[in-house]
Write a protein that binds this ligand. Sequence first.
Ligand SMILES: [Zn+2]
Length: 103
Amino acid sequence: MGLRIKKGDRVRVLSGKDRGKEGNVTRVLPKENKVIVDGVNVAKKHQKPTRNTMQGGIIDKDMPVPASNVAVLCPKGHPTRIGYDFNADGTKRRVCRKCGGDL
Ligand SMILES: [Zn+2]
């Protein structure tokens, strides 16, 4: 089973130091079963001076979190699991397992 979460999904963190935080998925790492969420699991990274900036500094970097630690938020506002359903033409669509609405 691959990752059902997609880039751009809005998710809520279920565990860890960022529990309860919400953000948008900016990157999906299917091989590691991880996602990168905007503003979640932020690490301070030291940046070396570059020719352009001429100075180093500390930057915030979003680090990956296990996909199992986040829940997708339904457009109606509740965290849910992603299910699949089929359209009349046979194409697949993602649905909210709680309310059945489109995700
Ligand atoms: Zn729903």
